[in-house]
Design a protein around this ligand. Structure first.
Ligand SMILES: *Cc1c(COP(=O)(O)O)cnc(C)c1O
Length: 254
């Protein structure tokens, strides 16, 4: 399993490099978030041993359970002085987040990719305040040319971004978007470029602060388009876990 995983990782990083090269970008500006929602704890452990640093989950319950498990591993490893532990990973919350789950997930995450309302942002702000911390978030934009369940309308994004950036315990770091459910390359590229235009507009206005620098665009089937449009985060699951045993479906949903 480890060899297969290493091969998949290498192939993905090569494709990232090629996509960056095509548009004159530096590959170190693109962070691959390994989306672990479909794999077993054993695979997560192997990723960590490989030195993979950014892990993503789309459900609160699974993220918190797995992040706690990883902490336990590191605790046990620190008792074993015979080997150097790998770098500690950070977790990204990439899926839809309900307000009543914010308090549970916040202590475990480095970045929430999926903020799409002021009420959700206010709840994050309030809970981050209680933890005496600042939470980093991205604003999820609905930029596809078809109605989708989540995300802020393009026309509402700048104003909402300004409101969220002004909250004291939130650092608004940029935008996230999902491509439409299609294999039509031109429609996917259109969506990503629309988000990039919006991003550039907000950056040039400077109204969302200096931390507004990140763009989360692209998954296994479309990450090259994301990178060519300017993604700084790509969220990769299935391409990384090709040929690797998947976990049984989780018994819960949130
Ligand atoms: C599952 C998921 C991904 C990864 O999707 P793959 O197609 O498996 O790479 C990325 N982003 C979000 C929000 C997801 O839920």
């Amino acid at each position: 399993m480890k060899r297969k995983l290493a091969e998949n990782w290498k192939r993905i990083t090569e494709r990232v490099g090629d996509a960056c090269h095509r548009v004159g970008r530096d590959p170190t500006d693109v962070t691959i978030v390994a989306v672990t929602k479909s794999v077993t704890p054993n695979v997560i452990r192997t990723l960590i041993e490989m030195g993979i640093h950014d892990l993503g989950e789309n459900r609160v319950q699974q993220l918190t359970k797995r992040a706690a498990m990883v902490n336990e591993w590191f605790k046990r490893r620190s008792l074993d002085s015979s080997s150097v532990p790998p770098p500690r990973p950070v977790w990204h919350m990439i899926g839809h987040l309900q307000r009543n789950k914010v308090a549970a997930v916040l202590p475990w995450v480095r970045l929430v990719h999926s903020v799409d309302s002021l009420r959700l942002a206010e709840e994050i702000d309030s809970q981050a305040g209680k933890l005496k911390t600042t939470m980093r978030v991205l604003l999820e934009v609905d930029a596809a040319d078809e109605p989708s369940k989540y995300g802020v309308a393009v026309a509402a994004t700048t104003h909402l971004g300004e409101q969220i950036a002004s909250l004291p315990h939130i650092e608004l770091c940029g935008l996230m978007a999902m491509a439409p459910l299609t294999s039509d390359e031109s429609r996917i590229r259109f969506t990503f470029e629309r988000v990039k235009d919006l991003f550039d507009e907000i950056v040039s206005e400077g109204s969302c602060g200096d931390s507004f620098r990140m763009l989360s665009l692209g998954m296994s089937n479309d990450f090259e388009y994301g990178i060519e449009a300017g993604a700084t985060y790509i969220r990769i699951g299935s391409a990384l876990f090709e040929g690797i045993e998947l976990a049984p479906e989780p018994a819960y949903s949130d």
